[in-house]
Design a protein around this ligand. Structure first.
Ligand code: CO
Length: 245
């Protein structure tokens, strides 16, 4: 048995003991069942861990992650996670959360090809090629990537909301909200891209993804929202949330 990873086992013991010291019933409760209210669909990027950025404990968020948080509508993995979360766990919220400076999105904009994960990113690449003139008109490379990160989340929100799993939940009157968020690896803040979808009618009323490419939304963090509320208007009091690149 290799010993290189002994430190991880040692850290695990420290963590488990700490948890038990803070809350003697912690693992007994965990062992009983999980009742998360949220399903997080995020990027595999090691910097974007759902529990940390949401400040949630184990048991509070059900998680699916893949490169660039892509919703492939024939991906058995994501569909199984989604079905289990919606039908069995009865989560109230499905959150598609991308992040700025996403390596997968950078790869798409660099027109990289040949690797399996380029194939994985194909829906994003197709959207980029379709609107290449618009994206390439953004001179700053980091801003171009960030804009694509945003539009990718909007596309994946539409795709997840089009699955029969979500449609059926809405059709039978289950309370379920679908959100599109962006996480800033540069400032630790989550931003809501809006709008939140809570019914088939709301989903059907969405502008097409092509329209959104041309008329982008403005993501808002809680820091900015609180500043706007405090000042009661839409000035730049809280600063813009989209990164300036
Ligand atoms: Co990423």
């Amino acid at each position: 048995m290799t010993r290189d990873l002994d430190h991880l086992f040692d850290q695990n013991v420290v963590w488990a003991q700490q948890k038990t010291r803070d809350d003697p019933d912690y693992f007994r409760r965990m062992a009983e069942q999980q009742t998360p209210r949220y399903l997080w669909i995020g990027c595999s990027d090691s910097r974007v861990t759902a529990n940390d950025v949401l400040r949630l404990d184990p048991g509070e968020v059900f998680v699916h992650r893949n490169i660039a948080n892509v919703v492939h509508t024939s991906d058995l993995n994501i569909l199984s996670v989604l079905e289990f979360a919606v039908d069995h766990l009865q989560v109230r919220h499905v959150i598609v959360c991308g992040h700025y400076a996403c390596g997968g999105i950078q790869r798409v904009l660099a027109n990289a090809r040949g690797a399996m994960f380029d194939h994985w990113l194909q829906p994003v690449a197709m959207l980029y090629r379709k609107h290449r003139a618009m994206f390439d008109s953004i001179a700053d490379e980091a801003k171009r990537v960030d804009r694509m990160c945003e539009i990718n989340v909007e596309m994946q929100v539409r795709r997840v909301a089009a699955t029969p799993i979500i449609e059926n939940a809405w059709a039978r009157g289950q309370t379920l909200h679908v959100h599109g968020w962006l996480y800033g690896v540069h400032d630790g803040l989550l931003r809501d891209l809006g709008p939140t979808l809570s019914s088939i009618a709301e989903r059907d009323a969405l502008p097409s993804i092509d329209e959104r490419v041309l008329a982008p939304g403005e993501p808002v963090s809680a820091v900015r929202r609180h500043a706007l509320e405090a000042f009661g208007c839409c000035d730049e009091a809280g600063g813009k949330d989209a990164p300036e690149g």
